[in-house]
Design a protein around this ligand. Structure first.
Ligand code: DSN
Length: 435
């Protein structure tokens, strides 16, 4: 993509873009929630659709000039439904937090009780953290992973649900390296008359790629961001059943079904004009995710994660649950004598050209700002075409940095090795080229 105009009118911003391209081209991106979109997605996002207001939904808008927006949004909706085998799709949410907020707004009254995975066990901020709307406006009953196995204990989750009778139970992960048992969650929800919400933001690409079970056939509502393993633009969607299974119990006076409750919670409930350029990018990403190559991509994400995890463990790095079934893993620094040193290790890896994020580990006694874990994932490196052999080299570099995180000279040498490794996997070679 030519950037002549931007270079001419705003060289400072142009320079930050060039610097960011150089950073990602020369380093290894292991933050499990990040990825690299295709040029087609970028082109859709930088299109004229950024100019258009279109409050409402296809064929039901408030402003004129919607004939092309309607076609584009309907394509995004139809593709999302087909991709996830969902009955209903809302493609407006600006991102994952607004999507989850809309589900709360659609289904719950202020103060209602819901259950979710505690943040420290691998859950998400929008699932009941006391500093988030979900924890401030609703009553959160958390569930935790087992202290010994670090795995979800479905018997204990069932007991909590039967005792607490929540109105909604969320199944989700942001730092849990194992499969989510959606069917078991849904059975519990049916038995206690709770709505089931699956937030598959991290694993959506694995779900459509067939390497993680899909929640959509059983779950009432599924939310996902579109920019993680799904490899679309920064945004989100809400998928749901059409009928409200719990209408008579929770919404007896409403004339709306579940799909209508969700749509009206998004607009006019919470959002105004949809970001049409992003919705166009989502539609493009959904089409890409329907291609056979995407299934191969999803399989390779998991193979790469296993290769990275196995090599790290062979180098005596402790992983939470001793491995991974999905795209991510969590290093527990405590057995390496580095409790509360996640931030320092993250910074040391940054200096070595390896981008990760510090993260709490289950039952971490250190603060979330100085936690005892490092979270790694393989969607982005897999998008670059890397395979198991590159994962082994990267794991060896990570282990060296962890073992001596204060050795800056070593980090400089590793950064050179990493730049050499990634030079064989160019990402956006002509992105910032000038005419
Ligand atoms: N911020 C995201 C993550 O990194 O997992 C969650 O939405």
């Amino acid at each position: 993509m030519l950037m002549n105009k931007l270079h001419e009118t705003d060289p400072e911003i142009y320079e930050t873009i060039v610097n960011e391209v150089n950073r990602i081209e020369n380093g290894v991106e292991l933050i499990p929630s990040e990825n690299f979109v295709s040029k087609s997605v970028m082109q859709a996002m930088s299109s004229v659709f950024t100019n258009k207001y279109s409050e409402g939904y296809p064929k039901k808008r408030y402003y004129g000039g919607q004939e092309h927006v309607d076609v584009m949004e309907q394509l995004a909706i139809d593709r999302a439904k087909e991709l996830f085998s969902a009955e209903h799709a809302n493609v407006h949410p600006y991102s994952g937090s607004p999507a989850n907020h809309a589900v709360f707004f659609a289904l719950m009254e202020l103060g209602d009780k819901f259950m979710d995975m505690n943040l420290g066990s691998g859950g998400h901020l929008t699932h009941g953290s006391p500093v988030n709307f979900s924890g401030k406006h609703y009553r959160n009953v958390p569930y935790f992973v087992d202290r010994e196995t670090e795995l979800l204990d479905m018997d204990s989750i069932r007991k909590i649900a039967e005792r607490e009778k929540p109105k909604m139970i969320i199944s989700s992960l942001t730092a849990y390296p194992r499969e989510l048992p959606f069917k078991e969650f849904c059975e519990i929800c049916k038995d206690v008359d709770a709505y089931s919400l699956a937030d598959i933001n991290h694993i959506a690409g694995l779900v459509v790629g067939g390497v993680h079970p899909s929640p959509c056939s059983d779950t009432d509502v599924t939310t996902t961001t579109t920019h993680k393993s799904l490899r679309g633009p920064r945004g989100a969607i809400i998928l749901s059943k059409v009928e409200d299974r719990l209408h008579d119990k929770y919404h007896p006076d409403s004339k709306k079904n579940l799909a209508q409750l969700i749509d009206s919670a998004v607009f006019p409930g919470l959002q105004g004009g949809p970001h049409n350029h992003t919705i166009a990018g989502k539609a493009v990403a959904f089409k890409e995710a329907m291609q056979p190559e995407f299934k191969e991509y999803a399989r390779q994400i998991v193979k790469n994660a296993k290769a990275l995890a196995d090599e790290l463990m062979s180098l005596r790095i402790k992983l939470v649950t001793d491995g991974t079934d999905n795209h991510l893993m969590l290093i527990d620094l405590r057995p390496s004598g580095l409790s509360g040193r996640g931030k320092q290790v993250q910074n040391a890896l940054d200096r070595a050209g390896i981008t990760v994020n510090k993260n709490s580990v289950p039952y971490d006694e250190s603060s979330p700002f100085n936690p005892s874990g490092i979270r790694l994932g393989t969607p982005a490196v897999t998008s670059r075409g890397m395979k198991e052999s590159e994962m082994q080299v990267i794991a060896q570099c990570i282990a060296l940095v962890i073992k001596d995180y204060k050795d800056k000279a070593q980090q400089v040498m590793i950064k050179e090795d990493i730049a050499e490794l990634v030079s064989g996997f160019p990402l956006y070679p002509d992105l910032t080229v000038l005419e």
